[in-house]
Design a binder for this molecule. Sequence first.
Ligand code: ACO
Length: 301
Amino acid sequence: MVDTSDEWITERTGIKERRIADSSISTSDIALEASKKAIKDAGIKASEISMIIVGTITGDMPMPATACLLQKKLGIKDIPAFDINAACSGFLYGISIADGFIKSKSCKYILVVGAEMLSRFTDWKDRTTCVIFGDGAGAALLTGHNGKDGILSTHIHADGNFSDLIKIPAGGSQKPTSELTVRERMHFIKMKGNETFKIAVKTLGSLVEDTLKHNGITAQQLSLLIPHQANKRIISAVAERLGISEDKIMMNIEKYGNTSAASVPIALDEAVRSGRIKPKDYILLEAFGAGLTWASALIRW
Ligand code: ACO
């Protein structure tokens, strides 16, 4: 479709495969599949959930929120449900909000989902973006307990001065959909990749350092770093800056590409299911995306 090569994609991003959803399904459908698994693993009934938060920039439609569509598909009602538009940081923004509601004892069970169908917003004629993004969903069920372990801290940030770096320019109030916006392919993701790359490496390095410092632990005490899977080189550069060895980094970008808000929960799920996380381990989750936004969470499992 475009002038590229497997060699370029592998070397520059680490991506070998991606998942592209069938046209008959939408973001809330894959959010539902992930949610059902999380609810089953948590051993609760959907009706016990007190809040639904969905991190997504590729919802089923501009409104209503995909979280409300998911709520309907789960067959539950009368609880708050809303989306978070924080791009790749959406799941961790959701975790941070859920953590606050749980710790204040306002909610017992909160479903946090990261779900994206980036393929629907990818310009398959733009080689700078069409080789990167994939579809996917991941979900987590959060609840409180009396012990000291669990989510130790969350950190969420944004800097709108960099809002031009990654965007879908049309389809909003600034540039409503018109023949012109469609013709000019303005409903697709535009990204200044290289500029974003440099800011990501710098920002994520500081973010991880600050998160560790906040909790009084060192990088060496971490059992696993679960980064947003945007680019293998970003992940490796951050790990190198922090002196974290490759075996302590969860990496699955080669299978899924960049799935934005879904990448952290998918990686977390794979880490849990493959036995890479044990009780009492320190796990650090981090992400960076359009906005610009960035976020982290330190968990004692
Ligand atoms: N195939 C072949 N060549 C390509 C391709 C491609 N698919 N894409 C770009 N090139 C070329 C460019 O034209 C350029 O050529 P030139 O040197 O002749 O001008 C060369 O490759 C290098 O281009 P760069 O843009 O400098 O490539 P870079 O090494 O920066 O890699 C990438 C590009 C993979 C996009 C990288 O910058 C990146 O991963 N950026 C960060 C993305 C990110 O973290 N986004 C945040 C989350 S996404 C979200 O929020 C939705």
